[in-house]
Design a protein around this ligand. Structure first.
Ligand SMILES: NC(=O)c1ccc[n+]([C@@H]2O[C@H](COP(=O)([O-])OP(=O)(O)OC[C@H]3O[C@@H](n4cnc5c(N)ncnc54)[C@H](OP(=O)(O)O)[C@@H]3O)[C@@H](O)[C@H]2O)c1
Length: 296
């Protein structure tokens, strides 16, 4: 298929590489910061100078951008990108966006004659590059049939949801990220409490590691134990704070308290105010440590 891939960040670069390496598609890529696109010529992809050029001949457009704003800057009523999109094209959005934004995009494409699928993913950049993501799909049923085989290039589990609203896939992603963020918070507090009480950190790491079956969760035991905060292969504090905001807004809209999310968001705000915006989102443990008087 002719695929346009927009957004070559930590997650997008892995997915686009997998698509290029599959040899099954004609791939055109675009990234706001052009340098990140250069290496895709070696993989046989074309590099578009802007998103309008990227989508012009596409059958499927995949957006791996940051948030609601970055996706809707390209796809809104009357936008140049939407005008350039072939009428039968499918927009698959793998970005973590709000359920409301996903539903707006679904309506936008329906009015335009094109089709929309929400496809948020679970897994970190290493899983993206290894084709081991888990992905939820919701939206236009006929479009889901078309994009599912494409998604198998980067996701080992592709789960179509039998719901009408595309936003349900995004709600499911937010619920799972709420669980992961909460687990990170509890484990960071556990390590900090242990340290204050004189418990060897490795004893807690051993127990926490044994408690968690999934590699994607175990990685946080190791990160928190070693206090590894680099986000090059992870998820930035800025993006994590965006997700906490999405969770809190989605929960508030249905009158559901998710109290621990408020605590995590506050710690993230403090971390960001201290210049930690580009560290991994699990670096909130450093704020827990500071509050406990552990200053190194
Ligand atoms: N990292 C993870 O572990 C993970 C896991 C699951 C889902 N996600 C989700 O996947 C998405 C991408 O995350 P990531 O970790 O790949 O983030 P990232 O490395 O920061 O990449 C973000 C991408 O979005 C582009 N972008 C940001 N703002 C833009 C704007 N206003 N206009 C155009 N392009 C813009 C960036 O372009 P530039 O290169 O020019 O900055 C980059 O290509 C996010 O929604 C995130 O929540 C991440």
């Amino acid at each position: 298929m002719r695929i346009a891939f927009l957004g070559l960040g930590r997650m997008g670069s892995g997915m686009a590489t997998r698509l290029a390496q599959s040899g099954d598609h004609t791939l055109t890529v675009w990234n706001r910061t052009a340098d990140k696109a250069q290496r895709f010529t070696e993989l046989g992809a074309s590099i578009a100078k802007d998103p309008i050029e990227a989508v012009r001949d596409a059958e499927v457009v995949i957006t791996s951008l940051l948030d609601d704003q970055s996706v809707e800057a390209l796809f809104h009523e009357g936008s140049e990108v939407l005008k350039a999109l072939p009428p039968t094209a499918i927009h698959l959005c793998v970005t973590t966006i709000s359920p409301d934004c996903a539903n707006r995009l679904q309506d936008l494409h329906a009015a335009n004659g094109s089709r929309y699928v929400s496809g948020p993913v679970i897994g970190r950049p290493d899983a993206s590059a290894a084709g081991k993501l888990v992905q939820f799909l919701a939206g236009d049923t006929s479009a889901i049939k078309v994009v599912s085989p494409i998604c198998h290039a980067f996701a080992e589990q592709v789960m179509p949801l039998s719901v009408r609203d595309a936003g349900v896939a995004n709600s499911q992603k937010l619920c799972i990220n709420f669980f992961v963020a909460s687990l990170i918070e509890v484990m960071g507090e556990c390590f900090t409490l242990g340290e204050k009480l004189g418990v060897p950190r490795q004893n807690l790491a051993f127990f926490l590691d044994k408690s968690l079956p999934l590699p994607g969760l175990k990685v946080y035991v190791e990160r928190l134990f070693k206090r590894e905060t680099d986000s090059t292969t992870g998820f930035t504090m800025t993006a994590g704070r965006k997700d906490l905001g999405l969770m809190l807004r989605a929960a508030a809209a249905v009158d559901c308290d998710i109290d621990i999310a408020t605590i995590i968001a506050e710690k993230m705000d403090i971390a960001i105010s201290q210049g930690m915006q580009n560290l991994d989102w699990s670096a909130t443990q450093e704020i827990t440590r500071q509050r406990a008087g552990l200053l190194n």
